[in-house]
Design a protein around this ligand. Structure first.
Ligand code: SF4
Length: 233
């Protein structure tokens, strides 16, 4: 279990699974590159977070719910969480946020609780989005003492939600990613650049320079450039 002071941003898990170098550039070196894709993603997330809780077809919908897991050592927010109560039970009086804040293990027995993560593009081959969603579910499970077998990913291109099974292999990948995130940020060393096709969609392409740096770090690259400039002068 991690201490409160050691919690890391849940969103960093997605960066880590996409590319460890990107994760370190953002969370160690505090570099952030905005491109058209990330700007569209920010707008979609803002829309998903904005708005009051509402009830549709007997299902409560909350937005921007704070999350935390001491087991994973992460903290963040859920874009949307769907809460379907067991038959015959309805929330009255206290708001759902208050119930969540003060809940004891067992308060949500029998509820179907589903995190929904909003994404700008289309379903990906890699596990970035599924890991982020699974981490949200693990946070909710730890906070509420419930089991969450599935979540949903909404993709802006298709404008629909896709069910995601939060099975044992995905949970293993998520726990491993969380451990690796703590190791990477504790070490504070940015891995070297290595160009891959995914780099073309990376918001940090111009900072990272994977084609220019190859397998070298930025410091090694600068050192070599300086030596070359001196030998020419
Ligand atoms: S450009 Fe490529 S190597 Fe560099 S941070 Fe982005 S994905 Fe990683």
């Amino acid at each position: 279990m991690y201490a409160e002071a050691d919690l890391l941003p849940l969103s960093a898990l997605q960066h880590l699974v996409f590319c460890e170098r990107q994760c370190a550039l953002i969370h160690v070196e505090r570099q952030w590159g905005e491109n058209r894709l990330t700007a569209q993603g920010q707008v979609l997330h803002k829309k998903a977070h904005d708005g009051k809780p509402e009830t549709r077809d007997g299902e409560r919908i909350t937005r921007g719910l704070p999350l935390r897991s001491l087991a994973l050592g992460i903290t963040g927010q859920a874009d949307v969480v769907l809460w379907r109560p067991p038959p015959g039970l309805r929330l009255t009086g206290r708001s759902l946020a208050e119930v969540v804040r003060t809940s004891q293990s067992g308060d949500f027995a029998g509820w179907a609780i589903t995190p929904v993560e909003y994404k700008r593009g289309r379903p990906k081959k890699n596990d970035c989005d599924r890991v982020q969603l699974c981490a949200q579910a693990i946070c909710l499970e730890e906070m509420l003492g419930v089991a969450i077998p599935a979540g949903q990913l909404f993709y802006g291109v298709q404008r629909r939600r896709f069910d995601v099974s939060l099975d044992a292999p995905l949970r293993d990948v998520t726990r491993t990613a969380a451990r690796r995130l703590h190791e990477l940020l504790a070490a504070g060393v940015t891995p070297p650049a290595a160009y891959e096709k995914k780099c073309d969609a990376c918001s940090l392409l111009d900072v990272c320079l994977p084609r220019t740096l190859g397998g070298r770090s930025a410091a090694q690259y600068l050192h070599r450039e300086l030596l070359s400039a001196r030998s020419e002068s």
